[in-house]
Design a protein around this ligand. Sequence first.
Ligand code: GAR
Length: 186
Amino acid sequence: MKKIVIFASGSGSNAEKIVLHFNKKNHANVFGIFTNNPNAKVLEKAKNFNIPTEIFNRHELNEGKVLEKLNLIKPDLIVLAGFLWKFPEHIIKQFPNKIINIHPALLPNYGGKGMYGLNVHQAVLDNNEKETGITIHYVNENYDEGEFIFQKPVNIENCKSAEEIAQKVLELEHLYFSEVIEKLLT
Ligand code: GAR
């Protein structure tokens, strides 16, 4: 059984889709959901699915405590699904090519520090882009710069707000993220 660990900071709709997807499979499953945010909705979702959770602060993430917890689980894949803090180098080194992130835009555009959630979609709207999309990529030491695994564009000519763009992009994420994860684990 391949082990997935998810890191999420917010609502966790992607995390939920991933859990539901792998609950129907028998070769991989989600063994833990880690968050930096004690109020994250993803925690309720994890509880409903009986998935163990870890809440950590910046010190615990950067000074080894989170790595210790990961080493107990020994994940085959670490999935950042709406995780908003920079991922520490010592964990990246320990899990080479085993950490992926989903970004709500077509990288290399609209990536980097501060580019998350609605900030991304507002910037896309302000630039009158005709399309945006999703990027799933490996995580390296720099924000949003690891090797691309998958991209999918979506037309947003009819979108009038950042929220409308966010909705379209989230639909794409829900459609493709679990499939991409499954491919990486087979
Ligand atoms: C997703 O749109 C994800 O791409 C984005 O946060 C959202 C989380 O939604 N991630 C980033 O912006 C990372 N830079 P969710 O909590 O409902 O899955």
